[in-house]
Design a protein around this ligand. Structure first.
Ligand SMILES: [Zn+2]
Ligand SMILES: [Zn+2]
Length: 353
């Protein structure tokens, strides 16, 4: 990128010099616009943060006490040193936003993480016209193509029903923020009790208080001794619960990991789960292309994941395109993540995708 670019990558993050603010910076800064509360985008230690109103509560619960977070309603521009900043829904998790930055007639949009698939737990992605689009590219290969959400939900419900009939529990590993609530919104709560790990239940409460309707869920402490012995529950737990005593009470069980990576052959076996649920909160390949197309942009800068394939694809079709090196990590394909407490400014790889 040329030096005078409206947004530039610095050692602290994506920076707008004209407006003197950062977007999702990975080191503590004065002024940060935060696209969403996943930890690789929302680090601690900034003096002032701006985010979408839907996202304030989930963001606040991940920040240090007393963090200054100002809500900026979607579509309402604020002027900062002559730079107009506004937010548009990104369809990724509750409160996720794209950031539109305009200065002297030039418009850039930073997508944050986004998906185009329908998700009843957050506002749908809204394309924003711009000259330069900084897009995430977690699943930027043509092999990534998500099945309709209803199909995934049917698969999950049928599997849970079979397990219940066989006296087994059904354990789904999913990131605590976003994915777990999307799963909850998709399941059929008439099949049996739904038990959520404490880390998931905390976020459920935040979603419910944000007006998102989720089926009734229970904590493990709601059950007396032996009450879970007959199987039949749907258990939603973060990947970090694997191998913990908390999980051992749900025996016998079958397990699944909910992630876009489950589309890749061998992923399920490598993760040591019985099943893969191909459910991602990121755009698939057709989604990335549709989103880019809808912005009407001339230039695309791609971050997260396999950017080179997308960059080449776009260049061959007349876009200006480049990879942008950031510290965002995209959706992780392992179970070793989902660290709830991160020290200030830590670049720990966690993407509760
Ligand atoms: Zn995210
Ligand atoms: Zn991300």
């Amino acid at each position: 990128m040329p030096d005078h670019a409206l947004l530039q990558v610095t050692d602290r993050g994506l920076y707008c010099e004209a407006g003197d603010f950062f977007i999702d910076p990975w080191r503590p800064v004065e002024r940060a616009v935060i696209t969403h509360a996943h930890s690789d985008h929302a680090r601690r230690g900034h003096s002032q943060m701006l985010c979408a109103p839907d996202g304030v509560e989930v963001l606040r619960s991940r920040m240090l006490p007393g963090a200054v977070i100002d809500p900026l309603p979607y579509g309402e521009p604020v002027d900062h040193r002559g730079v107009q900043i506004s937010l548009a829904p990104a369809g990724h998790i509750l409160g996720s936003a794209q950031v539109r930055v305009e200065f002297r007639g030039e418009v850039w949009v930073v997508s944050g993480d986004y998906k185009l698939s329908p998700d009843p737990t957050c506002r749908p992605f809204e394309p924003v016209r711009c000259h330069t689009f900084i897009t995430e590219c977690t699943f930027g290969l043509p092999i990534y193509h998500w099945a309709p959400q209803a199909q995934i939900a049917n698969e999950l419900n049928a599997w849970w029903r079979r397990n219940r009939e066989a006296g087994r529990h059904t354990v789904v590993f999913a990131y605590a923020l976003g994915k777990s609530q999307r799963l909850l919104a998709a399941v059929d709560p008439t099949i049996g009790p739904i038990v959520c790990h404490g880390a998931v239940e905390r976020v459920n409460d935040e979603y419910r208080s944000g007006g998102i309707s989720l089926p009734p869920t229970q904590r493990v402490t709601d059950f007396g001794p032996g009450e879970l012995a007959g199987g039949g529950a749907l258990v939603i737990a973060p990947p970090s619960a694997v191998g913990t005593p908390w999980l051992r009470r749900f025996q016998p069980c079958e397990t699944a990991f909910a992630s876009g990576w489950m589309l890749v052959r061998g992923s399920r076996r490598r993760r040591g789960v019985d099943r893969g649920l191909v459910l991602s909160d990121h755009a698939d390949w057709p989604g990335l292309l549709a989103a880019i197309e809808a912005t009407g942009c001339q230039r695309v800068l791609a971050t997260h994941g396999h950017t080179s394939v997308l960059v080449r694809y776009l260049r061959e079709r007349g876009w200006e395109a480049d990879s942008l090196h950031t510290e965002f990590v995209g959706e992780r394909d392992d179970l070793e993540v989902d660290t709830p407490e991160l020290p200030v400014g830590t670049a720990v790889a966690e993407e509760p995708a």
